[in-house]
Design a protein around this ligand. Structure first.
Ligand code: TRP
Length: 329
Protein backbone atom coordinates (compact mmCIF):
# COMPACT_ATOMS: atom_id res chain seq x y z
CA UNK A 1 0.00 0.00 0.00
CA UNK A 2 1.16 3.51 -0.77
CA UNK A 3 1.80 5.81 2.19
CA UNK A 4 -0.86 8.43 2.70
CA UNK A 5 -0.09 12.11 2.29
CA UNK A 6 -2.27 14.89 3.62
CA UNK A 7 -2.02 18.64 3.42
CA UNK A 8 -4.33 21.60 3.83
CA UNK A 9 -4.81 25.17 2.70
CA UNK A 10 -7.10 27.81 4.16
CA UNK A 11 -9.70 29.23 1.78
CA UNK A 12 -8.89 32.82 2.65
CA UNK A 13 -6.95 35.46 0.75
CA UNK A 14 -5.69 34.84 -2.77
CA UNK A 15 -3.54 31.86 -3.66
CA UNK A 16 -0.26 33.23 -5.01
CA UNK A 17 2.94 32.12 -6.72
CA UNK A 18 4.51 31.42 -3.32
CA UNK A 19 1.76 28.90 -2.54
CA UNK A 20 2.17 27.41 -5.99
CA UNK A 21 5.96 27.09 -6.03
CA UNK A 22 6.25 26.20 -2.34
CA UNK A 23 3.41 23.67 -2.13
CA UNK A 24 0.97 23.07 -4.95
CA UNK A 25 3.53 22.39 -7.68
CA UNK A 26 5.19 19.85 -5.42
CA UNK A 27 1.89 18.15 -4.52
CA UNK A 28 1.10 17.73 -8.19
CA UNK A 29 4.46 16.08 -8.71
CA UNK A 30 4.27 13.67 -5.76
CA UNK A 31 0.54 12.87 -5.83
CA UNK A 32 0.94 9.49 -7.58
CA UNK A 33 3.61 8.28 -5.14
CA UNK A 34 1.05 8.45 -2.33
CA UNK A 35 -2.58 8.03 -1.54
CA UNK A 36 -3.20 11.76 -1.57
CA UNK A 37 -5.71 13.88 0.31
CA UNK A 38 -5.75 17.66 -0.11
CA UNK A 39 -7.95 19.51 2.27
CA UNK A 40 -9.55 22.94 2.01
CA UNK A 41 -9.64 23.85 5.67
CA UNK A 42 -12.70 26.06 5.98
CA UNK A 43 -13.05 25.33 9.71
CA UNK A 44 -9.60 26.80 10.19
CA UNK A 45 -10.47 29.86 8.10
CA UNK A 46 -13.32 30.83 10.46
CA UNK A 47 -10.96 31.13 13.44
CA UNK A 48 -10.96 34.74 12.25
CA UNK A 49 -14.08 36.42 10.88
CA UNK A 50 -14.76 35.71 7.22
CA UNK A 51 -17.49 37.27 5.16
CA UNK A 52 -19.82 34.29 4.54
CA UNK A 53 -20.35 35.19 0.87
CA UNK A 54 -16.63 35.46 0.26
CA UNK A 55 -15.81 32.30 2.16
CA UNK A 56 -18.31 30.28 0.12
CA UNK A 57 -16.78 31.64 -3.09
CA UNK A 58 -13.20 31.06 -1.90
CA UNK A 59 -13.80 27.38 -1.19
CA UNK A 60 -14.95 26.82 -4.77
CA UNK A 61 -12.17 29.00 -6.17
CA UNK A 62 -9.51 27.10 -4.26
CA UNK A 63 -10.89 23.75 -5.42
CA UNK A 64 -10.81 24.98 -9.03
CA UNK A 65 -7.24 26.23 -8.56
CA UNK A 66 -6.12 22.84 -7.18
CA UNK A 67 -7.57 21.22 -10.28
CA UNK A 68 -6.15 23.85 -12.63
CA UNK A 69 -2.70 23.39 -11.11
CA UNK A 70 -2.82 19.68 -11.88
CA UNK A 71 -4.23 17.86 -8.86
CA UNK A 72 -5.85 14.85 -10.51
CA UNK A 73 -9.26 14.15 -8.97
CA UNK A 74 -9.29 10.61 -10.36
CA UNK A 75 -6.35 9.84 -8.14
CA UNK A 76 -6.28 12.40 -5.32
CA UNK A 77 -9.14 13.41 -3.03
CA UNK A 78 -9.91 17.11 -2.74
CA UNK A 79 -11.92 17.58 0.42
CA UNK A 80 -13.68 20.53 1.99
CA UNK A 81 -12.84 19.93 5.64
CA UNK A 82 -16.29 20.82 7.01
CA UNK A 83 -18.03 18.25 4.78
CA UNK A 84 -16.34 15.45 6.72
CA UNK A 85 -17.90 15.90 10.15
CA UNK A 86 -15.29 13.80 11.90
CA UNK A 87 -12.70 16.59 11.72
CA UNK A 88 -14.59 18.73 14.22
CA UNK A 89 -15.58 15.72 16.30
CA UNK A 90 -12.07 14.32 16.57
CA UNK A 91 -10.76 17.80 17.34
CA UNK A 92 -12.88 17.77 20.51
CA UNK A 93 -11.64 14.34 21.56
CA UNK A 94 -8.05 15.50 21.03
CA UNK A 95 -8.70 18.78 22.87
CA UNK A 96 -9.46 16.71 25.94
CA UNK A 97 -6.05 15.03 25.90
CA UNK A 98 -4.07 18.19 25.11
CA UNK A 99 -2.49 20.05 28.03
CA UNK A 100 -3.39 23.73 27.61
CA UNK A 101 0.24 24.72 28.12
CA UNK A 102 1.14 23.06 24.83
CA UNK A 103 -1.22 25.41 23.04
CA UNK A 104 -0.15 28.63 24.75
CA UNK A 105 3.40 27.77 23.75
CA UNK A 106 2.72 27.76 19.99
CA UNK A 107 4.61 30.63 18.36
CA UNK A 108 1.81 31.33 15.89
CA UNK A 109 -0.68 31.64 18.75
CA UNK A 110 1.67 33.90 20.67
CA UNK A 111 2.20 36.16 17.66
CA UNK A 112 -1.54 36.41 16.96
CA UNK A 113 -2.60 36.93 20.56
CA UNK A 114 0.03 39.63 21.08
CA UNK A 115 -1.05 41.45 17.93
CA UNK A 116 -4.69 41.74 19.01
CA UNK A 117 -6.50 42.60 22.19
CA UNK A 118 -9.09 39.84 21.98
CA UNK A 119 -9.02 36.80 19.78
CA UNK A 120 -11.36 33.87 19.43
CA UNK A 121 -10.73 30.68 21.39
CA UNK A 122 -10.54 28.99 18.00
CA UNK A 123 -7.12 30.55 17.44
CA UNK A 124 -5.83 28.77 20.53
CA UNK A 125 -7.41 25.46 19.46
CA UNK A 126 -6.36 25.87 15.82
CA UNK A 127 -3.45 23.38 16.08
CA UNK A 128 -5.66 20.73 17.69
CA UNK A 129 -8.01 20.91 14.71
CA UNK A 130 -4.97 20.61 12.45
CA UNK A 131 -3.86 17.53 14.41
CA UNK A 132 -7.35 16.10 13.85
CA UNK A 133 -7.04 16.72 10.08
CA UNK A 134 -3.85 14.70 10.01
CA UNK A 135 -4.69 11.93 12.49
CA UNK A 136 -8.20 11.29 11.22
CA UNK A 137 -6.72 9.92 7.97
CA UNK A 138 -3.81 8.17 9.69
CA UNK A 139 -1.58 10.21 7.36
CA UNK A 140 2.05 9.17 7.11
CA UNK A 141 3.43 12.26 5.45
CA UNK A 142 2.39 15.88 5.82
CA UNK A 143 4.08 18.31 3.44
CA UNK A 144 4.02 21.74 5.06
CA UNK A 145 6.25 24.77 5.10
CA UNK A 146 8.66 25.69 7.84
CA UNK A 147 6.02 27.89 9.50
CA UNK A 148 3.79 24.85 10.17
CA UNK A 149 6.52 22.60 11.55
CA UNK A 150 5.70 23.36 15.16
CA UNK A 151 2.04 22.50 14.57
CA UNK A 152 3.04 19.22 12.95
CA UNK A 153 5.22 18.34 15.93
CA UNK A 154 2.30 19.14 18.22
CA UNK A 155 0.13 16.74 16.20
CA UNK A 156 2.71 14.05 16.88
CA UNK A 157 2.78 14.88 20.60
CA UNK A 158 -1.01 14.71 20.78
CA UNK A 159 -1.07 11.38 18.94
CA UNK A 160 1.55 9.97 21.26
CA UNK A 161 -0.28 11.14 24.35
CA UNK A 162 -3.58 9.69 23.14
CA UNK A 163 -1.90 6.39 22.23
CA UNK A 164 -0.22 6.10 25.59
CA UNK A 165 -3.40 6.96 27.54
CA UNK A 166 -5.84 4.82 25.54
CA UNK A 167 -3.75 2.38 23.51
CA UNK A 168 -2.42 2.42 19.99
CA UNK A 169 -4.94 4.39 17.93
CA UNK A 170 -3.20 6.89 15.68
CA UNK A 171 -0.44 6.52 13.13
CA UNK A 172 2.48 8.81 13.90
CA UNK A 173 2.87 11.26 11.04
CA UNK A 174 6.49 11.63 9.95
CA UNK A 175 8.28 14.85 10.73
CA UNK A 176 10.31 14.50 7.58
CA UNK A 177 8.97 17.04 5.17
CA UNK A 178 9.14 15.88 1.57
CA UNK A 179 11.38 18.17 -0.48
CA UNK A 180 9.52 21.43 -0.55
CA UNK A 181 9.83 23.86 -3.40
CA UNK A 182 11.06 27.40 -3.45
CA UNK A 183 10.44 29.69 -0.52
CA UNK A 184 9.09 32.80 -2.20
CA UNK A 185 9.37 36.11 -0.39
CA UNK A 186 7.15 39.21 -0.62
CA UNK A 187 7.88 41.38 -3.67
CA UNK A 188 7.59 44.54 -1.59
CA UNK A 189 9.43 43.11 1.42
CA UNK A 190 11.85 40.30 0.49
CA UNK A 191 12.69 39.66 4.15
CA UNK A 192 9.20 38.23 4.72
CA UNK A 193 7.64 35.12 3.24
CA UNK A 194 4.99 35.88 0.61
CA UNK A 195 1.70 35.79 2.47
CA UNK A 196 -1.92 35.28 1.49
CA UNK A 197 -3.23 37.60 4.14
CA UNK A 198 -0.94 40.55 3.31
CA UNK A 199 -3.11 43.34 1.93
CA UNK A 200 -0.59 45.45 -0.01
CA UNK A 201 -1.20 45.22 -3.76
CA UNK A 202 2.51 44.96 -4.55
CA UNK A 203 3.19 42.09 -2.15
CA UNK A 204 2.20 38.94 -4.01
CA UNK A 205 1.41 37.76 -7.53
CA UNK A 206 -1.92 35.93 -7.29
CA UNK A 207 -2.37 32.86 -9.47
CA UNK A 208 -5.33 34.51 -11.18
CA UNK A 209 -3.68 37.91 -11.78
CA UNK A 210 -3.93 38.92 -15.46
CA UNK A 211 -0.60 39.37 -17.31
CA UNK A 212 -0.61 43.17 -17.12
CA UNK A 213 -1.04 43.05 -13.33
CA UNK A 214 1.73 40.45 -13.05
CA UNK A 215 4.06 42.73 -15.02
CA UNK A 216 3.16 45.80 -12.98
CA UNK A 217 3.77 44.04 -9.66
CA UNK A 218 7.10 42.52 -10.70
CA UNK A 219 8.41 45.74 -12.26
CA UNK A 220 7.76 47.43 -8.88
CA UNK A 221 9.45 44.73 -6.80
CA UNK A 222 12.07 45.81 -4.27
CA UNK A 223 15.67 45.23 -5.38
CA UNK A 224 18.80 46.85 -3.93
CA UNK A 225 21.17 49.71 -4.69
CA UNK A 226 23.27 47.78 -7.23
CA UNK A 227 22.48 48.47 -10.89
CA UNK A 228 22.79 44.92 -12.15
CA UNK A 229 22.77 41.27 -11.09
CA UNK A 230 25.89 40.05 -9.33
CA UNK A 231 25.79 36.48 -8.03
CA UNK A 232 28.66 37.37 -5.69
CA UNK A 233 26.77 40.12 -3.97
CA UNK A 234 23.02 40.41 -4.19
CA UNK A 235 20.28 41.59 -1.90
CA UNK A 236 17.25 39.49 -0.91
CA UNK A 237 14.94 41.18 -3.43
CA UNK A 238 17.09 40.22 -6.41
CA UNK A 239 17.65 36.73 -5.03
CA UNK A 240 13.89 36.33 -4.70
CA UNK A 241 13.23 37.39 -8.30
CA UNK A 242 15.87 34.96 -9.55
CA UNK A 243 14.43 32.17 -7.39
CA UNK A 244 10.96 32.76 -8.82
CA UNK A 245 12.30 32.61 -12.38
CA UNK A 246 14.34 29.50 -11.66
CA UNK A 247 11.46 27.65 -10.00
CA UNK A 248 9.02 28.35 -12.82
CA UNK A 249 11.57 27.65 -15.55
CA UNK A 250 13.22 24.65 -13.86
CA UNK A 251 16.61 26.09 -14.81
CA UNK A 252 19.88 24.85 -13.30
CA UNK A 253 22.10 27.12 -11.18
CA UNK A 254 24.58 27.18 -14.03
CA UNK A 255 22.03 28.27 -16.60
CA UNK A 256 20.84 30.99 -14.24
CA UNK A 257 24.31 32.35 -13.69
CA UNK A 258 25.27 32.39 -17.34
CA UNK A 259 22.04 34.06 -18.36
CA UNK A 260 21.57 36.64 -15.60
CA UNK A 261 25.06 37.65 -14.40
CA UNK A 262 25.50 41.36 -15.09
CA UNK A 263 21.94 41.90 -16.31
CA UNK A 264 20.43 45.27 -15.41
CA UNK A 265 17.53 45.11 -12.98
CA UNK A 266 15.02 46.55 -15.46
CA UNK A 267 15.74 43.70 -17.88
CA UNK A 268 15.81 41.11 -15.11
CA UNK A 269 12.35 42.17 -14.01
CA UNK A 270 11.00 42.06 -17.55
CA UNK A 271 12.24 38.53 -17.98
CA UNK A 272 10.87 37.40 -14.62
CA UNK A 273 7.50 38.96 -15.44
CA UNK A 274 7.37 37.19 -18.81
CA UNK A 275 8.33 33.86 -17.25
CA UNK A 276 5.64 34.16 -14.55
CA UNK A 277 2.94 35.33 -16.97
CA UNK A 278 3.77 32.56 -19.47
CA UNK A 279 3.85 29.89 -16.74
CA UNK A 280 0.51 30.93 -15.26
CA UNK A 281 -1.22 31.24 -18.61
CA UNK A 282 -2.07 27.51 -19.02
CA UNK A 283 -3.19 27.28 -15.37
CA UNK A 284 -5.47 30.28 -15.85
CA UNK A 285 -6.83 28.79 -19.07
CA UNK A 286 -7.70 25.52 -17.27
CA UNK A 287 -9.24 27.52 -14.45
CA UNK A 288 -11.57 29.23 -16.93
CA UNK A 289 -12.53 25.89 -18.44
CA UNK A 290 -13.17 24.28 -15.05
CA UNK A 291 -15.31 27.13 -13.79
CA UNK A 292 -17.28 27.32 -17.04
CA UNK A 293 -19.14 24.18 -15.88
CA UNK A 294 -21.03 25.50 -12.85
CA UNK A 295 -21.63 22.15 -11.13
CA UNK A 296 -18.23 20.59 -11.74
CA UNK A 297 -16.36 21.85 -8.69
CA UNK A 298 -19.26 20.88 -6.40
CA UNK A 299 -19.17 17.38 -7.84
CA UNK A 300 -15.43 17.11 -7.18
CA UNK A 301 -15.94 18.12 -3.53
CA UNK A 302 -18.82 15.67 -3.15
CA UNK A 303 -16.65 12.89 -4.57
CA UNK A 304 -13.75 13.83 -2.30
CA UNK A 305 -16.01 13.73 0.75
CA UNK A 306 -17.43 10.36 -0.23
CA UNK A 307 -14.03 8.89 -0.88
CA UNK A 308 -12.45 9.82 2.46
CA UNK A 309 -15.46 9.61 4.80
CA UNK A 310 -15.10 5.87 5.48
CA UNK A 311 -11.50 6.41 6.68
CA UNK A 312 -12.54 9.37 8.84
CA UNK A 313 -15.54 7.57 10.33
CA UNK A 314 -13.59 4.50 11.26
CA UNK A 315 -10.86 6.56 12.97
CA UNK A 316 -13.38 8.59 14.96
CA UNK A 317 -15.25 5.44 16.00
CA UNK A 318 -12.05 3.79 17.09
CA UNK A 319 -11.00 6.85 19.12
CA UNK A 320 -14.44 7.00 20.78
CA UNK A 321 -14.38 3.32 21.67
CA UNK A 322 -10.87 3.64 23.07
CA UNK A 323 -11.98 6.56 25.25
CA UNK A 324 -15.04 4.71 26.47
CA UNK A 325 -17.63 7.19 25.29
CA UNK A 326 -20.85 5.70 24.04
CA UNK A 327 -20.85 4.26 20.54
CA UNK A 328 -23.75 2.34 19.08
CA UNK A 329 -22.69 -1.20 18.38
N1 TRP B 1 -2.33 25.40 9.26
C1 TRP B 1 -2.04 25.17 7.86
C2 TRP B 1 -1.58 26.47 7.23
O1 TRP B 1 -2.01 27.53 7.62
C3 TRP B 1 -3.25 24.64 7.13
C4 TRP B 1 -3.65 23.28 7.61
C5 TRP B 1 -4.77 22.96 8.32
C6 TRP B 1 -2.94 22.08 7.39
N2 TRP B 1 -4.83 21.63 8.55
C7 TRP B 1 -3.73 21.04 8.00
C8 TRP B 1 -1.74 21.76 6.75
C9 TRP B 1 -3.30 19.72 7.98
C10 TRP B 1 -1.33 20.42 6.74
C11 TRP B 1 -2.11 19.41 7.36
O2 TRP B 1 -0.81 26.43 6.30
Amino acid sequence: MKPRVLSGVQPSGNLHIGNYLGALKNWVKIQYDYESIFCIVDLHAITVYQSPEELRAKILELTALFLAAGIDPKHSAIVAQSTVHGHAELAWLLTCVTPEGWLYRMTQYKAKSEAQETIGAGILLYPVLMAADILIYQANVVPVGEDQKQHLELARDIAQRFNSLYGETFVMPETRLPAVGARVMGLDDPEKKMSKSEKGSGHAVALLDPPNVIRKKIMRATTDSNPAVSFENMGPGVRNLLAIFQAFGDWTDDQMKRHFEGMRYGDLKKQVAEMVAASLEPLQQRYREITADPGYVDRILAEGCERVSPIANSTVNLAKRRMGIYTRS
